[in-house]
Design a protein around this ligand. Structure first.
Ligand code: MCA
Ligand code: AMP
Length: 507
């Protein structure tokens, strides 16, 4: 029996009594105890009707059992589909309808709402966390050994949804090989070993927190201080005993804003890694000045896992995302023709390698648009190579806002705004924000004769979309700026509103 991902990440830890998870309540779970718990959960999944290839939709708090559920999903040969805990029921309905899961696992506190959803799509419902925790209690009664289901490198291990320029989220199909190859490369490159102790403060429903942080730790046998959520105070307490932190740039700007963050606190640390959004060169430099550590910035995507990284041993250059990972090709091409450009020119970043996904779930046309026949994935990010091979991301061809490391596609918000009575049209864009990197602004044009109530609009949006997608300001404008082709000029809106924001901050 072989299961590509299970065998490499999990199976070899049987009998390993080294601490794997250190939890907020002080509890410690050894690798061996974790594996036993995962096996118990695997039994419950099997008893709930999960067969190999079935999707398991998961929207639960960040618990040790949630990580064990991921392991169990791999062990039963299912496809793990984690979802942001901020998603509203309206958003969740789309994911369930698209993925057609066999089982949905939700927070014990949300059971009633999820019951309707699960019934609608014929899925079995289980809960984790809270008093009820049906999955947790059922697992307690199960044997702690489970016969691992056979899965090969090309079988799917996970389906991660990523929003798109059309406003409809796409499920990125990730195989056992995609996940394992990337974890192996990163462990080697960043020198992660069982002597490491990672402070894990990221959510575990995205590539960064689940795969980059968790898969590498599992592969190397490192210890993970699993924090329920990001909290500067807790991180400051943990850093003196830790060696590794992975975060989005907001982590680093928030740490720097705290006077308690000193070179003494970071004295035991080996490596700080940043990704998911651009790390400002000034943050990089302020961090080095304060702590003596140079943050290692890397670049990835849901569809590709990690693509590039600054070197562990060589120069970590501020404002760049480093070089292609070993085994992965990262090229810069002419966006019109796809022909590679000479070094130094700005073009489309394309990626090929064992890390690149297998396509979008049930969207063959979208897959053909973005994944070339020769295996290169068209990222939508614009980049430029320096003479000595460092890649900088200089822009995006996709209309995308990244706020606190979460991707938000304006089209989705504009669609929701345009559906509101009295709204003629809207434009959603991001402006710089000290905390989240970018913040969302919506410009609205009313239908003739209509007076729009922005409070009412904000409340309608709250019902439909996750909190992190909510515009922080709604601006009523007589019309949207357009170019001669009739296309809305978001750069003009961005400039106008950035200036307006800085003027009001000065006054
Ligand atoms: C929270 N809020 C946000 C965000 N997070 N609003 C916009 N953008 C956000 N990212 C809302 C809260 O709901 C709250 O609303 C208000 O903002 C203030 O929240 P606060 O307490 O300050 O937030 P927090 O809970 O401390 O969260 C901030 C955070 C978090 C720690 C930066 O957003 C986070 O963990 N981000 C990481 C995202 C991530 O893992 N990205 C990787 C995906 P109210 O005022 O109403 O209460 S990308 C990826 O995986 C690719 C492959 C890659 O390259 O890594
Ligand atoms: P996601 O779709 O959530 O996987 O986000 C992937 C996108 O995040 C990429 O296409 C980039 O636009 C952005 N991204 C990830 N890492 C970095 C980075 N280090 N610098 C700039 N942008 C990044």
């Amino acid at each position: 029996m072989t299961n590509t991902l299970y065998d490499s990440l999990f199976a070899h830890h049987a009998g390993n009594e080294v601490p794997f998870l250190l939890l907020d309540d002080g509890k410690v779970l050894s690798y061996d105890a974790f594996l036993k718990r995962a096996a118990q959960i695997a039994h419950v999944l099997r008893n709930s009707g999960v067969s190999p290839g079935d999707r398991i939709v998961v929207q639960t708090p960040k618990l040790a059992d949630t990580i064990a559920l991921y392991a169990a999903s791999v062990q039963v040969g299912a496809v793990y589909l984690p979802l942001n805990t901020a998603y509203t029921m309206a958003e969740l309905d789309y994911f369930a309808s698209d993925a057609q899961p066999a089982v949905i696992v939700c927070d014990g506190n949300d059971e009633a709402e999820f019951k309707t959803l699960a019934d609608r799509y014929g899925a079995n419902l289980l809960t984790l966390g809270g008093e009820a925790s049906s999955l947790g209690h059922a697992a307690d009664e199960q044997p702690s050994v489970f016969e691992t289901v056979d899965r090969g490198p090309e079988d799917l291990a996970a389906l991660l949804y990523t929003s798109g320029t059309t406003g409809r989220s796409k499920g990125a199909m990730l195989s056992h090989r995609n996940l394992l190859s990337n974890a192996q490369t990163l462990v080697d490159l960043w020198d992660i070993t069982n002597a490491d102790r990672l402070v894990h403060a990221l959510p575990i429903f995205h590539t960064h927190g689940l795969f980059v942080a968790m898969n590498t730790s599992l592969l190397a046998g490192a210890t993970v201080r699993l924090m329920g959520k990001f909290d500067v105070g807790v991180i400051l307490d943990e850093l003196p005993r830790a060696t590794l932190l992975m975060g989005v740039p907001t982590f680093y700007t928030r740490l720097l804003a705290d006077d308690g963050f000193t070179d003494e606190v970071t004295g035991n640390m080996r490596l700080f890694i940043s990704g998911s959004a651009p790390l400002l060169a000034e943050t990089h430099m302020a961090f080095e000045a304060r702590t003596g550590h140079r943050i290692l910035e890397r670049y990835g995507m849901t569809e590709t896992n990690m693509n590039t990284s600054n070197p562990y041993s060589g120069e970590r250059r501020a404002g760049t995302v480093g070089m292609a990972l070993p085994g992965t090709e990262v090229i810069v091409t002419n966006p019109e023709t796809g022909v590679p450009l000479p070094q130094g020119e700005v073009g489309m970043i394309e990626v090929r390698g064992p890390n690149v996904f297998k396509g979008y779930w049930q969207m063959p046309e979208k897959t053909d648009d973005d994944l070339r026949k020769n295996g290169f994935f068209i990222t939508g990010d614009l980049g430029q190579y320096s003479e000595d091979g460092y890649l900088s991301i200089v822009g995006r061809s996709k209309d995308l806002i990244i706020t606190g490391g979460y991707n938000v596609y304006p089209k989705e918000i504009e669609d929701a705004l345009n559906d509101i009575d009295g709204v003629l049209e809207s434009a959603v864009f991001g402006i710089p924000d000290n905390d989240f990197g970018e913040k969302i602004i919506a410009a609205l044009v009313a239908e003739p004769g209509v007076e729009l109530d922005t409070d009412q609009i904000a409340s309608t949006i709250r019902e439909k979309l996750s909190r992190f997608k909510h515009p922080r300001r709604y601006e009523l404008v007589p019309e949207l700026p357009r170019n001669t082709m009739g296309k809305v000029q978001k750069n003009v809106l961005r400039d106008q509103h950035t200036k307006k924001e800085s003027a009001s901050a000065m006054s």
